[in-house]
Every structure is written in structure tokens, then in C-alpha cells.
Design a protein around this ligand. Structure first.
Ligand code: FJE
Ligand code: FE
Length: 310
């Protein structure tokens, strides 16, 4: 028996897992630990997605002042809290369950640092912007935990960060069309989720274990990224005795050339060169980077001075 509760009918062509990425932990930023799945050697990109990091950071580590151009970053806190500060005076803290959807566009320089003691953990996803959107004005969409709509049916709970599920829509504007759903399935629960056929899609397992695609496959575990093949949706089963949590993320491919150098993602090498120049000479969106340092960077500099580290 299928317990499909979506308004769409039962899937006609369920997607199967075509690649599994089990990311190793690596260091990034200043002492931060990340599990990079998309953006790694194993999975360079998954159009329109450029990077997915599960990050774990404890004070004083973090991601000090750095630039972005040409894409969006989506930060979803799973545990703890992070503060961001940018060169335009924007400042905010995201806590467990909150999301910051940042469209870097032509340029953002910011710091992303943990707030308090203990474990600060989350997912950061990079979504590419189409050539016509790469140089738009930066924009933030902040979603507090209590603003994220939750839908529930037959032992399936979903937090709708972007897109639509069970007839409930997220208010997030996705400039590159995308869906971002955080599912929790009770033991014994199953779900069929429709996904536009032309989109690329993947799953990141957050907690527990579950079966994807076809019932005769073995269960998938936490910290794994599963790339989905073609089809009109995804079937999932929780055959375990614990709750099972995963993020289902999909997006419309841009089918454009990608030129990337770290936090600058453009279409051509010449545009990357230009991004470097603009950043270095504080032009074309990086004007405010002149004489700017985040408070956390200044604090760290003073701390190092006092400790005679520099
Ligand atoms: C970055 C160095 C960095 N993954 N996950 C180089 F530190 C970063 C960077 C991050 C990042 C930030 C958060 Cl909050 C979560 C992350 C990398 O800031 F993007 C480059 N290119
Ligand atoms: Fe950043």
C-alpha cells in the first residue's frame, strides 16, 4: 500500500540513487571542520548547486572575513548558533532551525562565526545564479525557525524551507528555481515526493537511516549525499525503529559554463579575473570593503596582539 498524501498522484517514474558521496571531514575557514559533498573531487558540481558543506564549528574557529560573488549561500542551522556581519552593516544571528538565504549577487564581504560555547552545526548550500543574475544587488531572506512552515501527514513531518510540499508553500523567493525540504519520518512511515522532471536533485541524510528509490535497496545513513537520477519524484521508507531525517534539495539546472575560483563563481575566466580586480580595488559592488573589518576579526587581531602571536 502506498500512503501518498501529496496532492499529486502516485509517481510514474520514481528516481533512483545514481551516486553516493560519503564526505570526509576537512578544515576550512579558520579551524572550522566541514564535510564537503558537492564541491568535492568526487562530485565537483550538481547544476545549479556548487557546494554543500555540513559544518561543525566551536569557538574560536569560524569563517572570518571573505568575499562572495555570482551565487547564493543558504545556511541552515541544525544545532547552536552563528553570527554573520557584512561590509554593509548587516548583522544577525541564526540559531537552531533558522535559515539565512543570502543572494551574494555582485558582491558581499562578510564573516560567519559561531556564537557560544558548544557545538555549532549546520548545512551550507551554494546555489549558482544565471549569467543575468550574477551581478544583481545582494539580498538577504532570513527565516526564523518559527517562520518556517511545517506540514504533517501519516508520520511524515516536513519543514518547507523552499518550494512546496503537502500543499504548503515557502515564502522564500528562489531566483534560481529550487526546492529545499527537511523531512522527518517516524518509524514505519513512507513518503512519495514529486520533483520536477527537468531538475537535478539530491538527498542529504541528517539523522537515522532510510531507504530511497526502491524497497529492495539497502538503507542510507547520516552524513551521506545521494544524487538522484531522472524521474518525477522520490519514494522514501523508514523501516527502522528510530526517526529518520533528511533534506531533499532540487533545482533547475542553468546549463551555463561555470568558471570558479573559491568564492567567486562566474561564467568565464575573464569574469573571474574581473571579480578579483573589483575585490582588490573595491569596485563594482565591493566599494564598502575598503577599510572594513568585521568585529570578530578585529577582536581576534587584538587577542593575537595581546598574546604576542603577531
Ligand atoms: C569559503 C574559505 C571559507 N563552507 N560552511 C573559502 F571558509 C569559506 C566559507 C565556508 C563556509 C561558511 C559557513 Cl557559515 C558554512 C562553509 C565554506 O566561508 F566559502 C571559501 N571559499
Ligand atoms: Fe560566506
Amino acid at each position: 500500500m502506498s500512503s501518498n498524501g501529496d496532492q499529486s498522484s502516485v509517481l510514474s517514474k520514481p528516481r533512483l540513487i545514481i551516486q553516493r558521496v560519503i564526505p570526509n571531514t576537512q578544515n576550512d575557514g579558520d579551524g572550522a571542520i566541514v564535510r564537503r559533498s558537492i564541491g568535492s573531487m568526487e562530485l565537483r558540481r550538481l547544476d545549479p548547486f556548487l557546494m554543500l558543506d555540513e559544518f561543525v564549528v566551536t569557538v574560536p574557529a569560524g569563517f572570518p572575513d571573505h568575499p562572495h560573488r555570482g551565487f547564493e549561500t543558504v545556511t541552515y542551522m541544525l544545532e547552536g548558533a552563528f553570527t554573520h556581519q557584512d561590509f554593509g552593516g548587516n548583522k544577525g544571528t541564526i540559531r537552531t532551525g533558522d535559515v539565512q538565504w543570502m543572494t551574494a549577487g555582485r558582491g558581499i564581504v562578510h564573516s560567519e562565526m559561531p556564537v557560544g560555547e558548544g557545538v555549532n552545526r549546520g548545512l551550507q548550500l551554494w546555489i549558482n545564479l544565471s549569467s543575468k543574475d550574477k551581478m544583481i544587488e545582494p539580498k538577504y531572506q532570513d527565516l526564523l525557525r518559527e517562520d518556517i512552515k511545517i506540514a504533517e501527514k501519516d508520520g511524515v513531518e516536513v519543514r518547507i524551507i523552499a518550494g512546496e510540499c503537502m500543499g504548503v508553500k515557502s515564502p522564500v523567493f528562489t531566483r534560481t528555481p529550487a526546492m529545499y525540504l527537511d523531512f522527518t519520518l517516524k518509524p514505519g512511515a513512507e513518503w512519495q515526493q514529486s520533483i520536477p522532471e527537468s531538475w537535478n536533485a539530491f538527498v542529504y541524510v541528517i539523522e537515522g537511516e532510510g531507504v530511497f528509490g526502491s524497497l529492495d535497496t539497502s538503507p542510507q545513513h547520516a552524513h551521506q549525499l545521494l544524487v538522484l537520477g531522472s524521474g518525477d519524484g522520490l519514494c522514501v521508507w523508514n523501516k527502522s525503529s528510530q526517526q529518520f531525517r533528511y533534506a531533499l534539495i532540487g533545482g533547475q539546472p542553468l546549463n551555463e559554463p561555470v568558471a570558479q575560483y573559491g568564492p567567486f563563481v562566474m561564467n568565464t575566466q575573464a569574469e573571474i579575473h574581473k571579480a578579483f580586480e573589483d575585490y582588490r580595488f573595491h569596485k563594482n559592488g565591493f566599494e564598502k570593503a575598503r577599510d572594513w573589518s568585521s568585529q570578530s576579526s578585529l577582536k581576534m587581531r587584538n587577542f593575537k596582539k595581546q598574546s604576542k602571536l603577531i
